[in-house]
Design a protein around this ligand. Structure first.
Ligand code: ZN
Length: 107
């Protein structure tokens, strides 16, 4: 163990550990599965209704991990969070493919 770490770095590390733990708690509270396909890996916390509180809508402002966790917790109280796997999250915003189109490849 290195005891010469600057106190600020130590704090930052503890904050990241705390945020990671908080994130896991939020994911579990949300069911720990993608709401679209049920995947349980590569989950991302998604804000259902983008609001002015959304850090993604304030690109000029850099949110630190604890601000992000605080934001997620607040949105969760408003039932405004859902889980998406990275695949479904990447697809978001595009029109849902018709079920027939996904099962029938064009010849
Ligand atoms: Zn998914």
């Amino acid at each position: 163990m290195c005891h010469n770490l600057p106190a600020r770095l130590n704090m930052a590390r503890r904050q990241i550990e705390w945020a990671n733990e908080a994130r896991v708690n939020i994911v579990e509270a949300l069911g720990a599965a993608c709401v679209l396909c049920g995947a349980t890996e590569d989950l991302e916390i998604d804000v259902i209704h983008k609001t002015s509180r959304d850090p993604e809508s304030h690109h000029h402002r850099k949110w630190n991990v604890s601000q992000r966790v605080t934001f997620w917790r607040r949105e969760m109280e408003h039932d405004n969070l859902q889980l998406l796997c990275s695949t479904c999250n990447g697809r978001k915003g595009e029109p849902e493919p018709h079920p027939d189109e996904t099962t029938q490849l064009p010849l």
